[in-house]
Design a protein around this ligand. Structure first.
Ligand SMILES: [Zn+2]
Length: 422
């Protein structure tokens, strides 16, 4: 199912160990929310919709032990800080009545009542997406600036956590009256069911993946974090545009009078925006997972070769910014000869054999990661690195990262350049 592919994209590391756990948890949570809505327990339905994805995601974080010993500051900054700021911002808008969904246009004896308003569109499709995205960047950027969390994967995950936190606050603020209204009869279970799917499942993923893309650009590849670069600005704009598309579409479709049709069209639009974001995230993920796998191999050592340990000794390729294995003569990711890379004017060496080595190393260090990365490459990158193969190195393996020939080289894995292939 499509939704399962979504789950494995935002939770890449859990896929190998127990692939069903988180999917099952999400399925149970959403089913519980639907049952609650059908039986009229709308406050419970709203609560589950607001917290299901964030809780499952945070449990996943602890489970894969992503930030070994510092889960509390990570959770506090990325989740609670964003949630509180978002609740304050959205609560303020709601207090002034600027958050109300538009009233469907009705024709009363030739006088049109309701319909979209200019201020409504400006607030829903411009103010909230832009200010919201800036709110969502604060916690992750502070976190990703710390040396312990400077990997691409860290940035991506911080952004997703921050996004789902914002989504939780958004759901709670918008449905506050339902939340405090107690048990009421369900007037339209079908509409409520879809609303829960939209707000409980699709909305957090749209907002989360969009913020994740921007935060991943902040972290970047290579040593340390990239910071406020042009790439980060581009990622930030991408995230804001995705949120404008999502929120603007939801706002305009809210004009439709028929509630079931309205919700269905909103859901369809949201899934479309999410699909584009997921393709983008898979592309980012491909590089993040490869970086993580190579760093693990470099630190632990491969075969008889000792690793660089946990200290500062990790070196990075000058061309693709991927971590280098200790004492290797070639970059495992892009095949650039490490010892000669400083010589100006000489064409950079890129070769398929090195790509095979990279795939083997990735598979060895984090079996799932390699497979996921290959899948991501198939999805995200259309263009193989043609024209970059200038000169093939001797076919001997210069590192014992993995036996040659046991992994089919994917030409698209060779695609790394100054743009980091993203
Ligand atoms: Zn390289």
């Amino acid at each position: 199912m499509a939704s399962f592919a979504l789950v494995s994209t935002i939770m890449p590391r859990g896929a190998g160990d127990h692939p069903q756990t988180y999917r099952l948890a999400l399925t149970i949570a959403l089913t519980a929310a639907l049952v609650a809505a059908i039986f009229g327990a709308l406050p419970i339905a709203v609560l589950i919709a607001a917290f299901a994805v964030p809780i499952v995601y945070i449990v996943y974080m602890y489970d894969v032990n992503q930030w070994e010993d510092q889960p509390i500051p990570v959770t506090a900054l990325a989740f609670v800080l964003t949630g509180v700021l978002a609740a304050g911002f959205l609560g303020l808008l709601k207090f002034f009545g600027w958050l109300a969904p538009p009233v469907p246009a009705t024709d009363l004896n030739g006088i049109t009542v309701g319909g979209p308003t200019l201020s409504g569109i400006l607030i829903a499709a411009l103010l909230v997406p832009i200010v919201g995205e800036l709110i969502r960047q604060i916690g992750p950027v502070v976190l990703a600036s710390r040396p312990a969390f400077d990997d691409l994967m860290d940035g991506l995950t911080f952004g997703i956590i921050s996004g789902v936190a914002f989504s939780t606050a958004d759901t709670l603020v918008r449905h506050w009256s339902t939340l405090t209204g107690g048990f009421v009869g369900a007037n339209d279970p079908g509409a409520w069911a879809s609303l829960i799917f939209l707000e409980g499942f699709v909305k957090p993923l749209v907002i989360g993946t969009a913020s994740g893309i921007a935060c991943a650009e902040f972290s970047g590849l290579g040593k340390g974090y990239d910071g406020f670069t042009g790439r980060y600005v581009r990622g930030l704009i991408e995230a804001i545009v995705a949120n404008i598309a999502y929120a603007g579409g939801i706002y305009l479709l809210a004009q439709i009078g028929n509630p079931t049709l309205r919700i269905m069209l909103q859901l369809g639009w949201a899934l479309l925006v999410l699909a584009v974001l997921i393709i983008r995230v898979r592309n980012v993920l491909h590089h993040g997972l490869m970086e993580a796998a190579l760093e693990a191999s470099a630190r632990e050592g491969v075969g008889s070769e000792a690793g660089v340990g946990t200290g500062d000794g990790l070196e990075f390729c000058g061309t693709c910014e991927m971590p280098l294995l200790a004492n290797s003569a070639f970059c495992t990711a892009c095949g650039t000869a490490v010892r000669v890379r400083a010589k100006a004017g000489r064409p950079l060496v890129t070769a398929g054999t090195a790509g095979a080595g990279a795939a083997a190393a990735g598979a060895g260090a984090a079996g799932v990661a390699g497979a996921g990365a290959a899948g991501a490459a198939d999805q995200g990158q259309g263009q193989p690195g043609t024209g970059e193969v200038a000169e093939a190195p001797p076919p001997t393996q210069t590192t014992d990262a993995g036996g040659p020939g046991d992994v089919e080289p994917d030409p698209r894995d060779v695609f790394f350049d100054e743009e980091e292939g993203r």
